[in-house]
Ligand binder design. Structure first.
Ligand code: TPP
Length: 659
């Protein structure tokens, strides 16, 4: 193995050696602890240390690194106290996740590290967002993100590199090509010869290095950084290496031919570097002994602290309390009484525009949202007013963009991400339910992202442009869901959603965009998330609904003036206003829950359960649910209106009134 020190001094090289040796020695200790049953699981990076260490040494301390499960060296080079790392590995409270997540699954803004989620690829989109924030701040910082060769088969890999390429984001995508993804060898994972060939397809530079040579990795990252800090652009860095142990310790290595271990064993990154330094008379046996003793002591001291720490004691209030980033909503009232009649869509546009003015760190991203103004024209004129840096057309890639929203949030920005249609959120689902929703609970990082969801049926658009999918998200702790029915609520709630540091799914019914109008305050204001609105007041029964359902209910009550009903518009679904619902049902004794979404497992099911539990003694009739048929949304208008519950609801309402 050839080592080229370039301008590195002897003391630099000794520092590099110490940094390279440390993760190796920690791992050797972890393997002993694993055998003793003192830790549960271990993903080994033995044989690959030069990549993490070389990269982290070349990154500036304030630059973000997004490591994977074999990148212990990133954490040690950043000098995270070992006792905190060990507590993290043991699920002790002194780690970084309050015992809520395992091993390397954590981030820390203090050390500018954003750790992985198990799904591997989503990490790459988050790096895009961090880099975009750096680019918008023009702070000349680079971002480094890791992927294994197996993880590179995921769609997120393609999406994230493509976005970085189109947006010229200063990211180094580091591929650790170690021959296996779990038990699957490379030839069953991908057909290309090498990963740098993929860079060509994305129109970016690809660099290949010997990943077992710490100096080669260091110089490559250094060289790339010196360019992309000045002229932002992504670079793909392929590091050739080998995984010297099993996928994780329990999985064994039977599927790996011995010859490969023999061959790569000769290329051991730590031993070869040590031999080079000894030959160059920079290191000697004495110094090696000293360095080893120093690291061993650090490990022992760290372990002592971690072992002495108690197991966590569960506190339910804290567990629930940490789900969302703290946010003290204070309703902002409009400064004047001036109002303008606006359509539902215009009110959303007005809210976004005022939020863009109010928050200079707010970025809007989505397909065709820039000059074209979005397919529904919600952002028409925004580019002229706020510029293309803040109003960003995205490639067709929901996952990378929602991931980028989280990255922007990590780096101090807010974002609104427009789904072209709510249906397409499926392609970004993982980022929402596993990244946006869980990050605050896991390691205290908020996800300041509003996902706009043009939703719903009634426009003859068929199964893939008409779905109601709010219930998918209703089940996910950590998200907020807002679903206004009137223009004034849409504006106030959207402004509140942008202010809220938590992830908000913001549903906008397409059929209401241009069909519903109302008087909307001209000034900026907010409407509190989580509070229902009593649209009509009556005594015979309660109608609980949201979105399109509110307008069906108004129509039904107008047609049946003899029915005296409370009409409760939930406005927010997560959290939903239990108090408003319970108070109304206790008053009237009868309730019908209406929603456009399909019946089974819909939001009505949860409401019905709570009502049955809390209002049982007050009920004079069974709780009624009215919802769409349990089928996909058909296109033909006749079929669509048969699918939707409106007609059935009118009938059910009369029956309930007469019950
Ligand atoms: C989306 C997803 N599918 C499957 C897995 C299970 N899994 C975890 S790591 C892994 C292999 C990853 O291989 P690679 O990206 O090459 O990284 P390496 O482990 O070789 O460092 C698999 C299949 C997962 N974590 N996430």
């Amino acid at each position: 193995m050839h080592f080229d020190r370039k301008e590195l001094t002897d003391s630099d090289l000794i520092h590099f050696y110490t940094q390279l040796l440390k993760p190796r020695m920690i791992e050797e200790k972890m393997l002993v602890l694993l055998r003793q049953g003192k830790i549960a699981k271990w993903f080994s990076g033995i044989g690959q240390e030069a990549i993490s260490v070389g990269t982290a040494l070349a990154m500036h301390r304030e630059e973000y690194i997004l490591p994977m499960h074999r990148n212990l060296g990133v954490f040690t080079v950043r000098n995270i106290p070992l006792h905190r790392l060990f507590s993290q590995f043991q699920g002790k409270p002194g780690g970084f996740t309050n015992s809520r997540d395992r091993s390397f699954h954590f981030g820390t803004r203090e050390y500018n590290i954003v750790g992985m989620i198990s799904h591997l690829g989503p990490q790459l989109g988050v790096a895009d967002g961090i880099a975009l924030a750096n680019k918008l701040k023009a702070n000349n910082r680079s971002t480094a993100v890791f992927s294994g060769d197996g993880g590179a088969s995921e769609g997120d890999f393609h999406e994230s590199i493509n976005v970085a390429a189109v947006w010229d984001l200063p990211v180094i995508f580091i591929i650790e090509n170690n021959g296996y993804g779990l038990s699957t060898p490379s030839n069953e994972q991908f057909r290309c010869k090498q990963f740098i060939d993929k860079a060509i397809g994305y129109g970016i530079e690809g660099v290949q290095v010997d990943g077992n040579n710490v100096l080669e990795v260091y110089h490559a990252v250094n060289n790339i950084n010196s360019q992309i800090r000045k002229t932002p652009r992504p670079v793909l860095l392929e590091c050739l290496t080998f995984r010297m142990r099993g996928h994780e310790e329990a999985s064994g290595t039977k599927y790996v031919p011995q010859e490969l271990f023999d061959e790569w064993g000769k290329k051991d990154p730590v031993r070869n570097f040590e031999e080079y330094l000894v030959e160059a008379q920079i290191l000697n046996a004495e110094l090696i002994k000293e360095i080893r003793a120093y690291i061993r002591r650090e490990i022992e001291e760290g372990l002592e602290v971690a072992f002495a720490e108690s197991e966590p004691s569960p506190e339910t209030n804290k567990e629930i309390g940490d789900l969302y980033a703290p946010f003290d909503h204070k309703t902002i009232h409009p400064e004047s009484d001036q109002k303008t009649e606006m359509r539902f869509l215009d009110a959303i546009t007005d809210g976004m525009k005022q939020s863009m003015k109010r928050h200079s760190n707010l970025v809007i991203m989505g397909q065709d949202v820039a000059e074209y103004g979005g397919v529904f024209k919600a952002t028409i004129g925004f580019v002229e007013e706020f510029g293309k840096q803040r109003v960003r057309n995205t490639p067709l890639c929901e996952s990378a963009i929602i991931g980028a929203g989280l990255g922007l949030s990590v780096n101090g920005f807010k974002s609104i991400v427009e789904m072209q249609f709510a249906d397409f959120v499926t392609c970004g689902f993982n980022q929402i339910v596993n990244n946006l929703a869980k990050t605050h609970y896991r390691w205290g990082q908020n996800a300041d992202v509003v996902v706009r969801m043009p939703t719903g049926a009634g426009v003859g658009a068929g199964p893939f442009h008409s779905q109601s999918n709010e219930a998918w998200f209703f089940h996910v702790p950590g998200l907020k869901i807002v679903y206004p029915a009137f223009p004034d609520d849409a504006k106030g709630l959207l402004n509140a959603a942008v202010n809220d540091p938590n992830p908000v799914m913001f549903f906008e019914h397409k059929a209401l965009y241009r069909s519903v109008s109302g008087m909307v305050p001209n000034d900026y204001y907010t409407t509190e998330i989580g509070k229902a609105k009593l649209v009509r007041e009556g005594n015979d029964l309660s109608i609980i609904t949201y979105g399109f359902g509110v307008h069906w209910a108004i129509e039904a009550l107008d047609q049946n003036p003899s029915i005296s009903a409370d009409l409760v518009d939930l406005r927010s679904l997560l959290p939903w206003d239990r108090e408003a619902v319970i108070n109304s049902v206790k008053k009237t004794g009868k309730v019908i829950i209406v929603h456009e979404d399909t019946l089974t497992g819909g939001i009505g099911a949860e409401l019905a359960a709570v009502i049955a539990n809390e209002c049982f003694a007050f009920l004079d009739a069974p709780v009624v649910r009215s919802a769409s048929l349990d089928t996909p949304v058909p296109m033909s208008s006749k079929l669509e209106w048969n699918f939707l519950p409106k007609d059935r609801f009118f009938q059910q309402l009369k029956e309930l009134a007469e019950y």
